[in-house]
Design a protein around this ligand. Structure first.
Ligand code: URA
Length: 223
């Protein structure tokens, strides 16, 4: 299928086209979400079920960014509603962060996977997917205007802050700085799925460190 949207002349390479996400300006979160549903700015829309836009109130004081929707999220059309979401729910509750009052989203809004029989195996999104999706993330941040943005995992951290960031080096502290989506206060931590993947003798310790990072976010919001 041929994508729609503005095509920049001279930038088509190989089998890939270059289309930029057409993000409505001065739009509400709902209007941006509707526009994102038709996004064709990278090739991931071809195999994914749907765009999985962020979820949560526009009044949220904290915005959490993950990597990309997983298999369950792709089918249900909502972020963090699968196994990683259950880890996140538990950790947020323990840290004193209310999911209901937070805005949750992903750096990439289509599920990137390779088929393996009946299964769909997660594939790390490529730099072009992250760049193509960044205008949507920036629009979400503009609409929500959070006091704090939490980046979970290296993909989210690099999508938001830039390539030089290191999650394990920079985690758990408030960073007041500029970013690829504008200036703000940021906190880096691991991705909840890293806890699911950790060896069983490390899992509890990794989970506690994740909760401890989220507690820094909760304290920063004064809860
Ligand atoms: N992993 C993510 O990064 N985001 C989701 O929404 C689900 C799993």
């Amino acid at each position: 299928m041929r994508p729609f949207g503005p095509v920049w002349p001279g930038t088509a390479a190989g089998n890939h086209w270059t289309v930029v996400a057409t993000v409505p300006s001065h739009a509400s979160l709902d209007q941006v979400a509707k526009a994102a549903a038709d996004c064709r700015a990278c090739d991931l829309f071809e195999n994914a079920t749907q765009t999985v836009f962020g979820a949560g109130p526009a009044s949220a004081r904290v915005l959490l960014v993950g990597e990309q929707p997983g298999d369950v999220e792709d089918q249900r059309g909502a972020p963090f509603v699968g196994p990683a979401g259950r880890v996140l729910d538990r950790a947020m509750a323990e840290a004193g962060l209310s999911r209901e009052h937070a805005y949750l989203t992903n750096a990439v809004k289509h599920f990137s996977f390779r088929p393996a029989g009946k299964r769909r195996i997660h594939e790390t999104p490529k730099a072009r997917h992250i760049s193509a999706c960044r205008p949507w993330l920036a629009a979400e941040v503009l609409a929500v205007s959070p006091e704090l943005t939490v980046c979970m995992g290296a993909i989210a951290a690099k999508a938001v802050i830039g390539p030089d960031v290191r999650v394990l080096r920079d985690r758990g502290v408030l960073l007041e700085r500029d970013s690829l989506i504008g200036p703000g206060t940021f906190l880096l931590t691991v991705h909840p799925s890293a806890i699911l993947r950790a060896p069983s003798d490390r899992r509890e310790e990794d989970y506690k460190a994740f909760v401890s990072d989220l507690r820094v976010a909760a304290n920063a919001l004064g809860r």
